[in-house]
Design a protein around this ligand. Structure first.
Ligand SMILES: Nc1ncnc2c1ncn2[C@@H]1O[C@H](COP(=O)(O)OP(=O)(O)OP(=O)(O)O)[C@@H](O)[C@H]1O
Ligand SMILES: [Mg+2]
Length: 330
């Protein structure tokens, strides 16, 4: 697998502020990396260094084997970048913007035509090409921002919060577009939306206060959650207390929580100690007790929990041990 980005010991300071602190990771072709972290953790700064907009204070960044500070023009050719907030020239139309970007990038006529056809098709913007950008909806503006990032057919895409500020439908659309666009590229997406990481990323990196605190695939990261392999059951309310007592006695169950309640039913969540598999034991216990279980499900875990566990201590925040423990499932 070709390594498209290799970051070694990257540190970036702004005066007294250390925004990125000795970060190392690499990204291969075909990977879609979710870059997550609290506000001010250094995501945008890392991206600006990778794209050559800022120089590193120390450490190195190589794109396709070439150092970004030594080969800035060559690197810019290989990278597509959607900056944070995605500023665009509002009085231009998408087609004039794309042509302008191709000109700045010194693409040949043939490359320009091919690149624009490619970007317009990938982002589905043929219907708005001649409309001033400022009159487009936010979702379409974002698509135009993504189109300008891929018009030169780069191998490495750096997208800083590509779905920020979009409504749920537009977020969904942009995520689908990201999946379509990724293909053989390497893509880095910064986001605060953890479900986005589950939806589109093959790998996730968590950064807090400029330090890398986790690098894993989303499923393994979810499995670090306290709720991994917890078993939820929905039962008639009248049997709630008896079931809680039974579940507390089941092997491997560490804690039982009562959550979503309706007039007739209640949901209980049996949390497994060390993420052990307790589904069979919970089923058996309910059968023995003769409880009519209306629904049963196993939690994979919640990235939100893991994110909090990984970042709270680094940020110096106090954690509420019961936060986010309410059982809910889609
Ligand atoms: N131009 C700048 N001058 C001084 N400090 C800066 C500058 N840009 C960023 N910082 C600081 O560097 C740190 C990291 O900021 P950065 O924008 O990289 O974070 P981020 O992870 O992208 O945050 P967010 O999720 O809010 O976008 C913050 O403390 C920020 O205030
Ligand atoms: Mg940012």
């Amino acid at each position: 697998m070709t390594t498209l980005l290799d970051i070694r010991g990257l540190t970036k300071t702004y005066g007294p502020i250390t925004a990125v602190d000795d970060v190392s990771f690499s990204v291969d072709q075909g990977e879609v990396l979710g870059f997550i972290g609290p506000n001010g953790s250094g995501k945008s700064t890392t991206m600006k260094v990778v794209t050559g907009f800022l120089a590193p204070t120390s450490g190195s960044v190589e794109v396709a084997g070439r150092d970004v500070t030594r080969y800035p023009l060559e690197i810019k050719r290989r990278i597509g970048y959607l900056p944070e907030g995605a500023p665009l020239y509002g009085d231009m139309t998408p087609i004039s913007l794309l042509k302008f970007v191709c000109k700045v990038r010194r693409l040949s006529n043939e490359q320009t035509k091919r690149g624009i056809d490619y970007a317009v098709e990938k982002l589905h913007i043929s219907n708005v090409l001649y409309q001033p950008i400022e009159t487009l909806s936010k979702g379409y503006k974002r698509r135009v921002g993504l189109a300008q990032a891929i018009v030169h057919e780069p191998d490495l895409l750096i997208l800083d919060e590509p779905t920020d500020g979009l409504d749920p439908n537009q977020k969904h659309e942009v995520r689908e577009l990201l999946k379509e666009m990724s293909g053989k590229k390497a893509v880095i997406i910064s986001t605060h939306i953890l479900e986005e990481v589950e939806a589109v990323c093959s790998r996730a990196i968590v950064i807090a206060k400029g330090k890398l605190v986790a690098d894993d695939d989303p499923l393994s990261m979810q499995a670090r959650s306290r709720l991994h392999n917890a078993v939820g059951i929905r039962i008639p309310s009248a049997q709630a207390q008896a079931c809680i007592d039974v579940l507390n006695g089941v092997d491997g169950v560490e804690q039982v929580r009562r959550s979503v309640e309706t007039a007739a039913t209640v949901e209980l969540l049996a949390i497994a100690g060390d993420g052990a598999d307790i589904l069979g034991a919970v089923r058996n216990a309910m059968d023995e007790k003769g409880v009519k279980v209306e629904e049963i499900f196993v939690e994979r875990g919640r990235l939100e929990d893991v994110f909090r566990d990984l970042t709270y201590a680094v940020e110096g925040l106090q954690q509420d041990p019961d936060a986010n423990m309410e059982a809910s499932h889609a």
